[in-house]
Design a protein around this ligand. Sequence first.
Ligand SMILES: Nc1ncnc2c1ncn2[C@@H]1O[C@H](COP(=O)(O)OP(=O)(O)OP(=O)(O)O)[C@@H](O)[C@H]1O
Length: 294
Amino acid sequence: MKFAIEVKDLRKSFGDQKVLGGVDIFVPEGQIYALLGPNGAGKTTLINILTTLVAADGGSARIAGYDVAAESGKVKQSISLTGQFAAVDEMLTAEENLRMMCRLSGMKSAEAKRRTAELLQQFDLTAAARKRVKTYSGGMRRRVDLAISLVASRPVLFLDEPTTGLDTVSRRALWDIIERLKASGITIFLTTQYLEEADQLADRIGVINGGRLVAEGTAAELKARIGGEVIELTNEREQWSRTVATTGSAQDIGRILNGLAASLPADTQVTIRRPSMDDVFIALTHQPSEVSVS
Ligand SMILES: Nc1ncnc2c1ncn2[C@@H]1O[C@H](COP(=O)(O)OP(=O)(O)OP(=O)(O)O)[C@@H](O)[C@H]1O
């Protein structure tokens, strides 16, 4: 199996604050990897190292086979990064922005026109192509950012929290685009605070907390890690809910419910369900409040 991203024992501190404490990640070509973690977990620092913007203190990373420290020029030619390299001029239209970026990247006029039309279509921007970017919604603006970063076709795409701050409809529209990019063969590394996003898009998910990968696997593997069914207790009158992990066996569920029965108000609702990504994240990081389930 060929890896587009290979990260080995990557370490980084800022002063005496350890931000990455030895991270290992391997992403096969053509897959989507989601790095999931709360604010301050080290996600952006990792992306910055992998995209050559920041130097690591120790360990190594290779992108498309090139070492980020020793071959940073080759790495830059192999990647797109959304948000950071994108230079959107709000006074110009999406079409003008894209045409300009195509010309700046060395395309002749006819090719720039063709590539611009292709990107406008790929990112569902054709209808608004001739409106100034400053009139766009957050979701459209994010799509322009993404389109600009993909002017030159590169094999590896980094997306740092691509849908943070977007409403549900715009988020889903961006997910469709990300899935289409994957279908075109691009390897995608994205960071997110949204469990649902990782669940929906990623082939593999790494959960990062305090600069360490606390778990890694497919969504199904991560869910399996916390065991069997979850008992969810909700009391709408008293406005609380809590979940209790079980092994999934009838004995275990029965024992837990028997133990709780005497102490619960009679109008408490009990549901037994498969664990969600949310349960997994809470179990792994003990930081439920910092991550949203969109
Ligand atoms: N250049 C820097 N100098 C000093 N500290 C930094 C620097 N960059 C990041 N940090 C610190 O490193 C920690 C991890 O930050 P990082 O931005 O990587 O986290 P994150 O997981 O991306 O969080 P967020 O979701 O908020 O972007 C934070 O405590 C941050 O304050």
